[in-house]
Ligand binder design. Sequence first.
Ligand SMILES: *Cc1c(COP(=O)(O)O)cnc(C)c1O
Length: 396
Amino acid sequence: MYPDSFVVKERGDNRTTEPHVLPIYATSSFSFENIDQGIEIFKNPESGHTYSRYANPTVDTVARKIADLEAFGLDLQAEAVMTSSGMAAISTLLLGVLKAGDKVLSQGNLYGGTTELLLGILRPLGVDTIFTDLRDLNRVDELLAQDPAIRLVYCESPANPTLACVDIAGLAACARHHGAWSAIDNTFPTPLLQQPFAHGVDFIVHSTTKYLNGHGNSIAGVVVGRDRELMRKTMWRAMKLAGTNCSPFEAWLTHNGLKTLALRMERHCTNALALAEFLEKHPAVARVNYPGLLSHPDHAFAKRQMRGGFGGMLSFELKGGLDAGLTCMNRIRFCALAPTLGDVDTLILHPASSSHLNVAREIREQNGITDGMIRVSVGIENIADIIADLEQALGK
Ligand SMILES: *Cc1c(COP(=O)(O)O)cnc(C)c1O
């Protein structure tokens, strides 16, 4: 799979050199045996390596592993392209499948950066986005029927930070019926808890920065597609030309994290459910958003399309609103206040002043992202420690 190692080539050292752990190919280019081979590889990029922006053995091994996870048990040959961040994955997807005049149909409650990218970068370039409640399939069908310029239906489920869910199979079928692509940001559930390809989706994006790595030490992303040929024609080309490629070191860190994904997700799910149940009973708490709770408005969607648990993310609102929320956050001692998620440590964030600061107030409020909302990425620590910290922070 890999070319001979440097040691073997340079020193003629033929002792065992096959690495047990994925090696990091920290090289910008790959040398050719002769010019004929070089010409052949440039003509047929799959026959060998040329330049690390096009393909790198470390990065591609990790991409393939994530594609295999997303396609596990399904009758399809998924292909993936790793990128320098989750935002780079989303940008690559949009650049890969859209052109000026095309439109995107999406939901108002997306990851804040995605909303900003669609409105601040894509709209001025002539790719407009229509936001609607993607849970309303009749409305989605109506919009797609009215406007053939809609080429992509883009969703998140469960979505950040309200954990709202959509009917993934219904959306994918509706998009396909009208000749549009469907794509989902699967960062929150990971392929362990939700496999959108099983529900007919065309493309999946991840911020691997989050659960797939899980240790908060790398930034990277991935686009996965169900059609290998289409991925090569669109995503690989967009990644290579926009230069959104992933660094081999970041891919390698992601690979280390992937090895414990199943163990981590299991603990994230049980801890988050226990914390959600604790918060729901607490007298200072007005509302808890966790798709595993029967009280969550989208519990039925989540139950139908997720398996093995409902993920590690939850959000809640205090009866005292913004002031009570900020006081609670300032009292946190064991958990960390940090603007990321999916780490092994419990992380707490105030969306209105951080991740969603640049999303217009009316879009935020229409989608339940209130000023008093607190988001928790529940870690894998002992659940008693997490609950004790929130209990003392909530006060009497
Ligand atoms: C963090 C995140 C992103 C952006 O990913 P980066 O790796 O920070 O670029 C996109 N979508 C979701 C759901 C996220 O949580």
